[in-house]
Design a protein around this ligand. Structure first.
Ligand code: NDP
Length: 291
């Protein structure tokens, strides 16, 4: 069997186009403020891409780059200012922050109605009890990708590999809302291969290059690979990106699978824009479109 390759780039493009379209109808320009502290190279690339795609979707983008030595109090003041700014509907503070800044304190300072990363405890709690909330972007992307294969996830045996606050746990919450039967596996799970091999839908978010092997996949299963791992490439001195799933082998068994790159990755920013649109709709007192 050769799996269907789930095209995250194409789906992300469709979502961005819809965000652009809905934003035009809204009568106000959704605004996203991105705050970057320090000069972490990966964070710089992420923020640059977020700003570029925000502008391309016709949304307002506000970029705040602060030096690495920025005191925590100054960052909190900036967040307070953005909370009060009516032209800013979404606020994202790029993680990780320098060691002297407590990320939990900063996340809690963001107005939950503008918390487009969905990390504020209020949004985490609302997601847990099934209330409408700003949902973390990568998990939301995983569900939308799975839904390109299954019109409904109801009753599927879903295994989420990884239990982090930013990926594994929210993916599991969303799958419960979709009425899947959810198992969350992690580093202490026994017989991991057997647990995964029961999954109709496997979401891998462990950050371990190609951990998931062919025999971990139930024939015909849908596999969503969140992992982004940089490993040595075939050309000496060059690296390449691989996921948490051994793609070539597993795609011979799976029914559908996301590639890395080009699967979950592009969906994260698309969902960030969708969340910014949602926050702007709330600010305008209008219903937010569903994606
Ligand atoms: P974390 O390191 O926070 O969490 C990893 C999880 O995997 C933990 O729950 C850990 O278990 C579990 N785990 C680690 N090793 C094993 C193992 N050998 N067997 C079973 N479980 C294991 O990672 P994140 O959730 O933040 O990210 C996961 C991956 O997703 C990374 O590659 C990251 O780069 C990528 N990512 C991609 C995004 C995208 O946009 N595509 C966005 C965010 C993340 P335990 O809790 O027991 O320690």
């Amino acid at each position: 069997m050769s799996a269907e390759i789930i095209d995250g780039k194409a789906l992300a493009e469709t979502i961005r186009a819809r965000v652009a379209d809905e934003a035009k109808k809204l009568g106000l320009k959704p605004g996203l403020a991105a705050v970057l502290v320090g000069d972490n190279p990966a964070s710089q690339v992420y923020v640059r891409n977020k700003v570029k795609q925000t502008e391309e979707a016709g949304l307002l983008s506000f970029e705040h780059r602060l030096p690495d030595a920025t005191p925590e109090a100054d960052l909190l003041k900036l967040v307070e200012k953005l909370n009060a700014d009516p032209s800013v509907h979404g606020i994202l503070v790029q993680l990780p922050l320098p060691d002297h800044i407590d990320p939990d304190l900063v996340i809690r300072a963001i107005d939950p109605m503008k918390d487009v990363d969905g990390f504020h405890p209020l949004n985490v709690g609302r997601l847990g009890i099934g209330q409408d909330s700003l949902v973390p972007c990568t998990p939301q992307g995983c569900i939308l990708l799975a839904k390109t294969v299954h019109t409904s996830l109801e009753g599927l045996d879903a295994v989420v590999l990884g239990r982090s606050n930013i990926v594994g746990k929210p993916v599991a919450q969303l799958l419960i809302q979709e009425s899947a039967t959810v198992t969350v596996a992690h580093s202490k799970t026994r017989d991991l291969d057997e647990v995964c091999a029961r999954a109709d839908l496997l979401v891998a978010a462990v950050g371990r290059a190609e951990l998931v092997k062919r025999h971990w996949i139930k024939p015909g299963a849908t596999v969503i690979d969140v992992g982004i791992n940089r490993v040595a490439g075939s050309v000496p001195g060059k690296t390449k990106l691989v996921g948490d799933v051994a793609f070539a082998d597993c795609s011979e068994v799976a029914g559908a699978i996301t590639p890395v790159p080009g699967g979950v990755g592009p969906m994260t920013i698309a969902c960030l824009l969708a969340n910014t649109l949602k926050a702007a709709c709330w600010a305008a007192g209008k219903p937010a479109p569903r994606f």
